[in-house]
Write a protein that binds this ligand. Structure first.
Ligand code: PMP
Length: 441
């Protein structure tokens, strides 16, 4: 399958050679790297994308879930085109920023909002706000979770299995070079779905006089496929963080706006102190947001924390976000996503069962995946111990060769868009069944 994909993407190979002259590694972001070369895209409309070789795909990658609106949505196009002649940047607030804030407050049940331009900026600022609010430095995160590329959170992700350690004493390891050890030491990690381990870690940190400022987590992990919270887990986390005076941040960069109108916060019914958003908020433009309770966000309102950025609340971005929230991601759109996702998840599970594949299908809202693991994955350790990486790689190549565009990592999930139809789901299921048939022939 690898050779087949190479043969189909010769233009990408040439483009890679040209791109490598002045783009480091031939790409704009390390997450776009791929061996032997990245697949360069030319464009996309609705649920379809096209690469530079002219191959057409159903897009199940959707820009890591940023494009839940589908590509080139007319409502977002009109909003952006309508804004352009009025001026695109003042670094002064505009009307759309207010409307977007009102809508986010309504959806997430948190009263105070600020904007950023990416998920990384959102989590970076949220952590600073939590540190200011609590007067503490330590940050607690979930082992294996990704929260963006700033130093504090580039810790305890992508860790090899032999370095994981016991659940009560998980390694704090930098993800890549260039991260100061002093920063790494300030971030501690606990396993997902294990409230007991979180409680014990809190007790130890309290004894050491370094309780965390915050717990930053995804309510459902979205970088190991999809890992849902076990019943009662989020409620326990809420109780523990409240009891220790720790700010609970739900990083909803992936879940927010994609799994329900009010993200994981609405879906699971547990209200954090802060929410971070990005990705789908801008409908393809670089928007991010932070929401918080009045108490926590008071450190921004009273001026003790500078939550700043030249492009925060950029008019073009806000016009896209407004159209996205009010015109595209409507209740009907979420009902459509839920219906299609139910179909694809149950269709994949049916294929897994019929062919006896080592895995299971899981999904929520617009997101889902087949996890190739004989055991249920509940956290990073069980993912690392059980995921069949070779089969995941093969499934990826198989999809790409049959016109199903997937996230570059083998640890990511699909995201459907509101423009996906039953035809797209049929195509995915047909491809998956062909893989299952080949594997078991
Ligand atoms: N948080 C989560 C949960 C993410 O998945 C990501 C990106 N994959 C980020 C933060 C960082 O977002 P960005 O890439 O926009 O900086």
């Amino acid at each position: 399958e690898g050779e087949r994909l190479d043969a189909r993407t010769q233009r990408s190979r040439e483009t890679y050679a040209r791109a490598s002259a002045h783009l480091a590694g031939g790409v704009a972001s390390s997450y776009q790297l791929r061996d032997p070369w990245p697949i360069y895209l030319e464009g996309g409309q609705g649920p379809r994308v096209r690469d530079v070789d002219g191959n057409e795909y159903w897009d199940f990658h959707n820009g890591f879930g940023s494009m839940v609106q589908g590509h080139a949505h007319p409502a977002i196009g009109e909003a952006v085109a309508g804004r352009y002649p009025l001026g695109t940047h003042f670094a002064a607030p505009t009307e759309d920023a207010i409307v977007v804030g009102d809508e986010l407050a309504r959806r997430f049940g948190l009263p105070k909002w600020r904007y950023t331009n990416s998920g990384s900026e959102s989590t970076m600022d949220a952590i600073r706000i939590a540190r200011a609010y609590t007067g503490r430095d330590t940050v607690m995160k979930i082992f294996g979770s990704y929260h963006g590329h700033h130093d504090t959170v580039m810790v305890s992700i992508g860790v090899e299995y032999d370095k994981i350690g016991d659940p009560d004493n998980l390694a704090s390891l930098p993800y890549g070079a260039g991260i100061p050890q002093a920063v790494v030491d300030m971030t501690v990690a606990v396993p997902f779905n294990d409230a007991g381990a979180m409680e014990r870690r809190m007790q130890r940190l309290e004894q050491e006089g370094r309780l965390p400022a915050c717990v930053i987590m995804e309510a459902a992990m979205m970088n190991l496929g999809v890992v849902l919270p076990e019943p009662g887990y989020l409620e326990a986390v809420r109780e523990i963080t409240s009891r220790y005076g720790v700010v609970l941040i739900f990083d909803e960069v992936k879940t927010g706006l994609c799994i329900a109108p009010g993200g994981a916060t609405e879906k699971f019914g547990v209200t954090p102190d802060m929410v971070t958003l990005a990705k789908a908020l801008g409908g393809g433009l670089p928007a991010g947001a932070i929401g918080g309770s009045a108490e926590v966000m008071a450190v921004v309102e009273d001026g003790s924390v500078y939550q700043v950025g030249t492009y925060n609340g950029n008019p073009l971005t806000m016009a896209a976000a407004r159209a996205s929230l009010l015109d595209v991601l409507t209740p009907e759109a979420y009902a459509h996503l839920d219906r299609l996702n139910d179909r694809i998840v149950s269709g994949c599970q049916d294929i897994v069962d019929r062919y006896g594949l080592p895995g299971y299908a899981v999904g929520i809202g617009s997101k889902g995946c087949v996890t190739f693991s004989p055991q249920k994955v509940v956290d990073y350790e069980s993912f690392k111990a059980n995921q069949d990486a070779d089969l995941s790689e093969l499934a990826w190549l198989f999809n790409m060769n049959r016109g199903i565009f997937m996230t570059p990592g083998r640890e990511e999930e699909w995201t459907l868009s509101v423009t996906h139809t039953d035809e797209a789901i049929d195509a995915y299921l047909a491809c998956f069944e062909e893989l299952a048939r080949d594997l078991t022939a």
